[in-house]
Design a protein around this ligand. Structure first.
Ligand SMILES: Cc1cc2nc3c(=O)[nH]c(=O)nc-3n(C[C@H](O)[C@H](O)[C@H](O)COP(=O)(O)OP(=O)(O)OC[C@H]3O[C@@H](n4cnc5c(N)ncnc54)[C@H](O)[C@@H]3O)c2cc1C
Length: 391
């Protein structure tokens, strides 16, 4: 047999586990998300009940060991779940990712045994929804310059300040909050605290009215003489910012997966439509102008997928992925914007209207080049790593 005829197994072929997760999420979405998403999007309704149900399926504690009530899965399965959820609705993918990758993972990575036993079982089942507060009104990309302070008073730390653009800033039952405990400009001058909803001095501020991702709640968290017990500090004093960068290293895989879900959703819709829609007595896919768009979309999606699975594979093996997760996030998020844009073009006027899903993908996509580090910041991370290693 000609060697060239041998079937080459695809790189990072889906495991049985991944296929099962994908099917479970598709069935779930058909029942609990798709029929309602347009109404929820119009009303900017945050469907917390969906996340409680996802918790029952084990999708809110995917990376948490079974010892703490989690699903004990790896990054391949995690990526699959986010991709499928995001195809159904990107905001649901975003919220699920923020809960898993940011709040829960920060406690998993840096909490002590008693903290993990106290909070992880509640987070893994979504009995409690998690939030993670790094960004402030005046410090987003420059988060290390934050102004929220924590001052020690006896056994307590007293927090004062505000965090904005926080996913679940209003509905989260628990938040990991990074606050300044040292000098401005010192990357070792910030500490991570866990603050439970109901703690005196911890309130929610304005909920944002957004262009897209409207089913995902984004709100301000305000701290006004908020007393947090010293036992609720995560890891060492002064290590909060460094911890956050490590949390974001894995978090970027989740935003890349979210981007991939959007891109695949928009592409699949456009591919089907291009074969149904006729103009000049032909399906529009017969025009090279359209089929070449599909070729570009498919190629970019595959390239994004390979970058994401490379980062996921390295993460599963415990390899440092600062550069690789930034590359995956940067590329996949830019691809999802381009693909959503071209999908609307293929749909023509119908794509501009809410009757087809591409209008919503287009609005939702833009968040991916901003959240968890903008594209410019990803390029900063990538270029620093390249120059550091001289390759
Ligand atoms: C829907 C949503 C959900 C979010 N969820 C969370 C959350 O759960 N927790 C949380 O902590 N944060 C969250 N964020 C905040 C998000 O991470 C920030 O918006 C993001 O990091 C960018 O910060 P910024 O908005 O302040 O923009 P800025 O930092 O003000 O950036 C503005 C522009 O300047 C560019 N820029 C800034 N610095 C540089 C530089 N050095 N070089 C080149 N260009 C630069 C940026 O790339 C961007 O184009 C969320 C944001 C949104 C919109």
């Amino acid at each position: 047999m000609n060697v060239l005829e041998l079937e080459q197994p695809p790189l990072f072929a889906e495991t049985e586990n991944q296929e099962m997760i994908a099917q479970t999420v598709r069935d779930f979405a058909k029942k609990y998300i798709t029929p309602f998403r347009n109404k929820w999007d119009d009303e900017q309704y945050f469907p917390i009940e969906v996340f409680k149900k996802l918790g029952e399926l084990g999708l809110m504690g995917m990376l948490v060991p079974s010892y703490y009530g989690g699903a004990d899965l790896g990054y391949f399965e995690y990526v699959t779940a986010i991709v499928e959820l995001s195809k159904a609705d990107p905001s649901i993918g975003l919220s699920m990712a923020a809960h898993n990758s940011l709040c829960t993972n920060h406690i998993l990575l840096f909490g002590n045994e008693s903290q993990k036993a106290r909070w992880l079982p509640k987070l893994a089942t979504c009995e409690w929804l998690g939030a993670w507060g790094l960004t402030e009104p005046n410090t987003g990309s420059d988060a290390g310059n934050m102004r929220t302070v924590a001052v020690k008073k006896g056994e307590y730390w007293v927090l004062n300040g505000a965090k904005n653009f926080i996913t679940h800033g209003k509905s989260g039952d628990i938040a990991v909050v990074i606050a300044r405990t040292g000098d401005i400009g010192d990357s070792h001058g910030m500490t991570a605290f866990v603050v439970e909803r109901g703690t005196k001095g911890f309130t929610a501020g304005k909920k944002e009215d957004k262009l897209g991702m409207r089913l995902s709640e984004t709100a301000e968290m305000i701290f006004s003489d908020c007393y947090v017990h010293q036992d609720d500090v995560l890891g060492e004093i002064g290590e909060g910012f460094i911890q956050s960068m490590k949390v974001l290293e894995g978090g970027r895989i989740s935003i890349a997966a979210l981007s991939l879900g959007i891109a695949e959703g928009a592409y699949e819709a456009a591919l089907a439509y291009s074969q149904e829609r006729h103009q000049f007595n032909k399906p529009i896919a017969a025009f090279q102008a359209i089929s070449f768009k599909l070729a570009d979309m498919a190629t970019e999606i595959d390239a994004a997928k390979l970058l994401i699975y490379r980062a996921a594979d390295m993460k599963n093996k415990g390899i440092k992925i600062n550069k690789e997760s930034a590359m995956a996030k940067y590329f996949a998020s830019e691809v999802c914007c381009r693909v959503a844009n071209e999908a609307i073009q293929i749909f023509g006027g119908y794509g501009y209207c809410k009757d087809y899903p591409v209008e919503k993908y287009y609005r939702d996509a833009k968040l991916c080049t901003i959240g968890e580090g903008t594209s410019e910041i990803q390029k900063l991370v990538i270029s620093r790593e390249i120059l550091k290693k001289g390759k």
